[in-house]
Every structure is written in C-alpha cells, then in structure tokens.
Design a protein around this ligand. Structure first.
Ligand code: PLP
Ligand code: SF4
Length: 339
C-alpha cells in the first residue's frame, strides 16, 4: 500500500502516524501490557498524569514484557503517585537552564557549544526527565524569534558546535530541519551539528532516508547522541535505525541516566555497554539524576554510582565505560563524579 493521506499538501510519514497513535494514558498502558488495575499501586495517578501526561510509542511498547510490572522500560514511563509529592532538594529547574539562556531557545553553558531548544515535544515522556518543568511555552516559535536565536549564534564567533535539543529535535519535519540546517551552515564559525535525540530508541521509523541524506549532505559534521538506559531498549527496529545512522557515517554516542530499579546494578549496566559497543555506539555519559520535581523515586545514591563505575571498569574495555557525571549549575562543563 502506498496510499498516504495528504496533510496540508504534504505527505504524512510513517513515523508521524505512529506518533499520532501512541499510547497516552496509564490505563491504556496497563491494558496493553495486561497488568492488573489496583488502587494500591500506580494505576490511578490522575494528578501525576495531568502534570506530565503519559506518552509511549508502539515501537517502545513492543519491547516491554507483557504482565511484568517491573519491566525496566515500563518503569521509565509509568506515572507513580510519589511524583506529586514535594521532596526537599527537588526543583523545577535543577540544571539552571533559565540562567543559561542567551536568548529564548538558545542555552549556552559551555565553551564553544550552544544548545538550541528546538521544540518542547517528545515522542515519549520519561518520568525522570529534567526538562519536564521547562517553560516550553516561551520557546521561539515565530520566524522573528528564530531569527533572533540565529543572530545570537552568529554574533558569538567562539561557538563552533550547535546542539539541537528539546524536547526532541527530530520531531521537527525534514522540511523544517533542512531549513534550520541550511541557515546554520551559513554561519562560517560553525563546524559541527550535534543532535541530542531519543527517537532512534523510541521512534526508530523517524530515521528516514531523507533525514540521513540531509545530514550527510551538510558541510557541518553531524554527531548523534542518543539516550538508552537498558539493553532491552536496543532491540527490534531500533537496531536497524542505529545501523542506518552508522552506515551513513554519522558517529553515534549514547547517554544514560542512572535510575533506581531500572539500571542500578553492574550486570545491567555492563549488558547495556556491551550491547551498545556491539552495535557500534560509544557509551558517552552516565548521568546522575537531575533533581527535578517528581523524580525522587528514581534517584541512586552517588556512592552506589561510584561503586558501579568501579565494577564496570574492572569488567569492560576502557572505551565501553561511560563517564559518570552530574550537571552542576554554573560549572564550565559536566562535572565528573568518579574518575
Ligand atoms: C550537556 C550540555 C552540553 C553538552 O555538553 P558536552 O559535555 O559537550 O556533551 C552543552 N550545552 C548545554 C547547555 C548542556 O546542558
Ligand atoms: S526523550 Fe529526553 S527530553 Fe524527552 S521526556 Fe525523555 S528524557 Fe525528557
């Protein structure tokens, strides 16, 4: 079947249709995974859901084990009652994004790199997300505001790398991305385009030939930083998407968030690193959880994180051990927690 419904005279791609039919409630998620509905656990979480709605793609759902309430992928997306409880030390903007704004939508914290918050939208809602409270409504949406963002980058000749972030920058259509990349290419001091995206993991159909062509043809060197937290995420169509990226000559790095009951043991982290390197993806960062409102139940103590890194260092090739880091507002780089 090659019949596709036109939307505003454009083609709706497979990935857009998949996103449109994603699971959008905890009830539906439980039903699809044949999990019991019980009031004593996390099934009734309207407050948590209205704050930050459930969103899970079909592709990601397919990698969860039906009937297992402890599935490590499920735990990343299922709301918990505890999300709505205030915890001391957990804030709305734990990483100081609001202080680092050069102009709306452009964050600069580190030398040579500026981060463009391209969209507030994601294809999945990770319950521990540090941007769950970011004021996305203030993003540059008008053409004028985009021009202001691009001007700020143009005026700072120390910037050589633009990081497209969000939300998820790959939720922009290929047309909008092409526009943006074309404009960035015209800024002579830029050399690299880094894309921080979870879509190869959660919406692999987004890695279209058109996208790969666009990145390959650019004069800017592309680097993709994906986000996987567990080896079980690196299965099925996700592997194909990553292989297509690598075959296009785009280096792929991975960042992971250290998460309680999901990847806080040495075997799980070892398996994740091995799965990544066997695919050709380099482990980059293991992040200590940013202390955002609602995420306290995911936190792993730093001391435990240090021991895990020690264990990984004893088991794995050096290049397969991610850097264990934390983001401290005001610092000139991510801060290493263990050497
Ligand atoms: C994390 C981050 C970067 C990237 O840092 P690297 O260490 O180069 O990966 C850049 N800008 C901002 C605002 C960030 O939060
Ligand atoms: S994909 Fe990334 S930005 Fe989006 S909710 Fe998950 S962690 Fe947050």
């Amino acid at each position: 079947m090659s019949v596709q419904a036109p939307v505003h005279s454009r083609t709706t791609h497979h990935w857009q249709r998949e996103l449109a039919t994603a699971v959008r409630s905890g009830m539906e998620l439980r039903r699809r995974l044949r999990l019991p509905h019980s009031d004593s656990d996390s099934s009734a979480t309207p407050a948590a859901e209205s704050d930050f709605p459930v969103l899970v793609t079909e592709s990601y759902l397919q990698r969860m084990r039906p009937g297992d309430p402890q599935d490590p992928l499920l735990l990343q997306v299922l709301p918990q009652h505890s999300e709505t409880q205030q915890q001391p030390g957990f804030r709305a903007d734990p990483v100081g994004d609001l202080q680092a704004e050069l102009t709306p939508g452009v964050l600069q914290k580190y030398h040579g790199r500026a981060l463009l918050v391209t969209t507030g939208a994601c294809a999945i809602h990770c319950r521990y997300c540090f941007r769950r409270s970011f004021p996305y409504a203030d993003l540059p949406v008008s053409a004028e505001q985009w021009q202001q963002a691009l001007r700020a980058i143009q005026e700072d000749t120390t910037i050589s790398e633009i990081i497209l972030s969000g939300g998820d920058p790959l939720l922009l259509t290929d047309g909008r991305l092409r526009n943006l990349v074309t404009q960035l290419e015209q800024i002579p001091h830029l050399d690299r385009l880094r894309i921080h995206t979870r879509l190869p993991i959660v919406l692999p159909s987004r890695i279209t030939t058109e996208l790969l062509d666009l990145l390959q043809q650019s004069r800017l060197q592309s680097i993709m930083v994906i986000h996987a937290n567990h080896a079980a995420e690196l299965a099925g169509d996700c592997r194909d998407a990553i292989q297509r990226l690598l075959r296009s000559g785009i280096p792929v790095l991975n960042q992971t968030v250290l998460l309680r009951h999901i990847n806080d043991d040495a075997d799980t982290l070892e398996q994740l690193s091995l799965s990544l390197i066997n695919l050709g993806v380099m482990p980059y960062y293991l992040h200590q959880l940013d202390r955002v409102h609602g995420a306290a139940h995911f936190e792993v103590p730093e001391q435990q994180g240090r021991q895990l890194i020690e264990e990984l260092t004893a088991r794995l090739p050096g290049y397969a051990v991610p850097r264990y880091v934390q983001e401290i507002p005001g610092e000139t780089s991510k801060t290493r927690i263990s050497p």
